[in-house]
Design a protein. Structure first.
Length: 256
């Protein structure tokens, strides 16, 4: 009588660390390249996400309309579905891993040596955060004693330093609602990336588009959490309702 020998099957488990999310996002961007370059697709995806967030706060309405009209003519329904997949990966990666995702993707795609864009790696952000915290005998008490505790970065890039500071503050039991992150960057794409990542982590803050050295500023943008602090939740909800109505109108215009 013969015996059947069972073969053991080894299943490979995907480890969803920061590198996984970064590589998956980069793969989807590169997969779409052809008619348009990876850089152009990334810029359009970033603009789409950023302008959507701005419009939901009631800002840059005309610019949002122009952006959506341009992108709807340029990309197919399938392209937008892929854009959404990339956005979902970013949100999942940020909320679970809680470290810079977008900056690494950007640097792998196109390091800009001319502007000196070499984003600070996570390990360096962690060290600088600890050194900053060590300046206070009791950081938690220092935050509690102020109405608003500001954390600034004059060349914030994609907001990696802010993310690390925010995550570490939460670990130390600090009331992060009292912290306002304020940054500046010369590259508008960096400003958009910083706001996008801060938005997804529900951080309060403002990022200015401008030159720290000359003090010439071109624009400033705030997160939804900062908007609520300044103008109230009701106003934000009203703006969001107006946004959805506007999107419906744009879709009707495009299909008419």
């Amino acid at each position: 009588m013969s015996r059947k020998i069972k073969k053991s099957v080894t299943t490979k488990t995907t480890v969803k660390n920061a590198k996984y999310y970064q590589d998956e996002m980069l793969r989807l961007f590169e997969q779409k390249a052809g008619k348009y370059s990876v850089k152009e697709i990334f810029n359009d995806w970033l603009e789409w996400n950023f302008m959507t967030m701005e419009a939901m706060k009631g800002f840059s309405i005309e610019e949002f309309r122009n952006t959506i009209h341009r992108l709807l003519k340029k990309y197919s329904k399938e392209d937008f579905e892929d854009f959404q997949k990339i956005s979902d990966l970013l949100e999942e990666g940020l909320t679970t891993i809680q470290e810079d995702i977008l900056g690494v993707v950007f640097m792998k795609m196109e390091p800009n040596k001319k502007l000196g864009q070499f984003f600070t790696p996570t390990c360096a952000c962690e060290l600088m955060t600890k050194l900053n915290h060590s300046e206070y005998d009791n950081l938690k008490k220092a935050v509690e004693e102020k109405d608003v505790f500001e954390v600034g970065d004059p060349t914030c890039g994609c907001g990696a330093m802010f993310i690390n500071y925010y995550v570490n503050a939460k670990k130390e039991g600090i009331d992060t609602d009292k912290i306002c992150f304020t940054g500046i960057d010369l590259d508008r794409r960096c400003v958009m990336m910083a706001i996008l990542q801060m938005e997804l982590l529900e951080m309060a803050g403002e990022v200015q588009w401008g030159d720290t050295l000359t003090r010439k500023m071109y624009g400033k943008y705030i997160t939804s959490k900062e908007y609520v602090k300044r103008y109230g939740r009701t106003k934000l909800l009203m703006n969001m309702l107006m946004y959805h109505k506007m999107v419906d109108e744009i879709m009707k215009e495009m299909t008419a």
